[in-house]
Ligand binder design. Structure first.
Ligand SMILES: [Zn+2]
Length: 122
């Protein structure tokens, strides 16, 4: 379709997380009963712009319900976990939670010398 770029996004939008905001400035948030809008941006559901196909999603919402939502990029720094061992900031995808604390990959490999150990049984 070649739809990319129509929103004049920076080229590095590929890995960007977004919140969706409506025309009232409220954020789309998930609650137990479904989707809702909240003024509290901490409650906003965070989408993966590319992975969740937000561009198409926004288009279809606008087409089907006339609701225009805007994708607001989230500062990646908001998502960094801090390693409880060395205090280094680490991307959540790399952060390992051992049940008590977050560890960066380096500390994790120190804690678990055999990182190709057996998978936990289900
Ligand atoms: Zn660490």
């Amino acid at each position: 379709m070649g739809a990319r770029g129509r929103f004049l996004l920076p080229t590095d939008f590929d890995d960007v997380k977004v919140r969706l905001r409506n025309s009232e400035g409220k954020y789309l948030a998930a609650d137990p009963s479904g989707w809702t809008f909240s003024t509290d941006c901490a409650k906003a559901f965070v989408f993966d712009y590319v992975g969740d196909r937000i561009e198409e999603y926004l288009e279809s919402i606008a087409r089907m319900s006339g609701v225009v939502l805007k994708a607001m990029p989230v500062d990646p720094k908001e998502f960094l976990e801090r390693c409880d061992q060395c205090q280094q900031a680490v991307a959540p995808t790399n952060a390992f939670f051992d049940g008590r604390r977050f560890l960066c990959p380096r500390c994790r490999s120190k804690v678990q010398p055999r990182h190709s150990g057996p998978q936990p049984q289900r």
